[in-house]
Write a protein that binds this ligand. Structure first.
Ligand SMILES: Cc1cc2nc3c(=O)[nH]c(=O)nc-3n(C[C@H](O)[C@H](O)[C@H](O)COP(=O)(O)O)c2cc1C
Length: 199
């Protein structure tokens, strides 16, 4: 069983991240390479600014919100980050959510679906690679980069993709499935080591 979690990184009211995330979920389901696909909305997860007293490596979480977040991320085999570009970087809420945990992220592929203006969020996507590789995630070079994202929204705030976006999504999911399978032994080792603390 492989589970993909699609994380919507932006949390502000009227964010474009929600329609983009819903579109990515549809694409993942249509692709069919994952047994389970879940949309994880950071606005709903609603983590406060990092307030754990211990380093996440120790897994001595004291807050229920962290224990819940740990359980959610542990379940996943791969991620897509649906991420905006804010001031030529990735958004703070995503960094905060990443920083809460450590081994829960290990040996999981991450696809980057970024959006913004002319840059299509690519500066944010490049910047986050340094962070995710520190946590032993593998970011895919195959990505979906959406320029001037507003142009792809219809009157119902639904994404209407072009051919480039559809092809990029398919390529990204193809590679993600291959990588997710290849990383499985390392992920299982990590999961086994984590099991007692999770229980
Ligand atoms: C604080 C802030 C900073 C932004 N900085 C950039 C930027 O550096 N590059 C860019 O292409 N778009 C930038 N934008 C425009 C966003 O790409 C656009 O508002 C997008 O809808 C943001 O994603 P969201 O709606 O999911 O929050 C910025 C928007 C905000 C709110």
């Amino acid at each position: 069983m492989t589970k993909l979690e699609i994380i919507i990184a932006s949390t502000r009211p009227n964010r474009v991240g929600l329609p983009v995330g819903r579109w990515v979920r549809e694409q993942a389901l249509a692709h069919g390479g994952f047994d389970e696909v879940e949309l994880v909305d950071l606005a709903e997860v609603n983590l406060p600014f990092m307030n754990e007293p211990h380093h996440p490596r120790l897994r001595k979480y004291v807050h229920q919100h962290t224990k819940d977040w740990s359980a959610k991320i542990s379940e996943a085999d791969a991620f897509v980050f649906v991420m905006p570009e804010y001031n030529a970087g990735f958004n703070a809420e995503l960094k905060n959510a990443i920083d809460y945990l450590n081994a829960e992220w290990h040996y999981k592929a991450v696809g980057l679906v970024s959006y913004g203006g002319v840059s299509a969020g690519t500066r944010a996507a490049q910047m986050i690679k340094q962070v995710v590789t520190t946590l032993k995630m593998t970011p895919l070079i195959e990505a979906v980069s959406i320029p001037f994202v507003q142009q792809f929204l219809d009157g119902d705030q639904k994404i209407v993709p072009n051919e480039t976006m559809l092809a990029a999504g398919k390529t990204m999911f193809d590679e993600m499935v291959r990588l997710t399978d290849s990383l499985r032994p390392l992920r299982e080792e990590t999961r086994a080591a984590l099991a007692p603390a999770n229980g």
